[in-house]
Ligand binder design. Structure first.
Ligand SMILES: [Zn+2]
Length: 139
């Protein structure tokens, strides 16, 4: 069930290792794989911890906050109904230096800049909650 008026998106295939990531937004929280042994966050998910080799990997909720580490502005409409231009950003999550999630930046093409604080949002399409990020509202 797509959200009313939501733009067309290419949906990921739910694989055993990544399904938690794509369905995490059901409760509004962004979950990232974390090692139970050395507590290192890891994304995208892997069978083992890239830091200590442990297989004790589990999904844990994050704050959903981060900042833009890099971004590209895409002008190509890859799908009919996909609004352009849009920003694809590498967001460095607040939980750990070097922990990046690739996601669209909500609207705000003109606001995209390195270091911009952002917060996660989700857009539901069928059984997938696509994470995207929006600039944090300044108080
Ligand atoms: Zn580890």
């Amino acid at each position: 069930m797509a959200s009313q008026g939501a733009p067309a998106r290419k949906l990921p295939t739910l694989e055993p290792e990544t399904a938690f990531f794509w369905t995490s937004g059901a409760d509004g929280r962004l979950r990232i794989q974390r090692c139970a042994e050395c507590r290192t966050w890891q994304h995208p998910p892997l069978p083992r911890c890239a830091t200590c080799g442990s297989e004790a990997m589990a999904a844990e909720p994050t704050s959903g906050k981060g900042s833009i580490a890099s971004y590209t502005i895409n002008h190509e409409a890859w799908l009919p109904g996909l609004p352009v231009p849009f920003v694809l950003a590498a967001v460095e999550l607040a939980e750990q230096a070097g922990l990046y999630v690739m996601a669209n930046l909500d609207g705000a093409v003109t606001r995209a800049r390195i270091g911009l604080p952002v917060t996660v949002r989700f857009e539901q399409h069928e059984d997938v909650w696509l994470p995207f990020f929006a600039p944090k509202v300044e108080a």
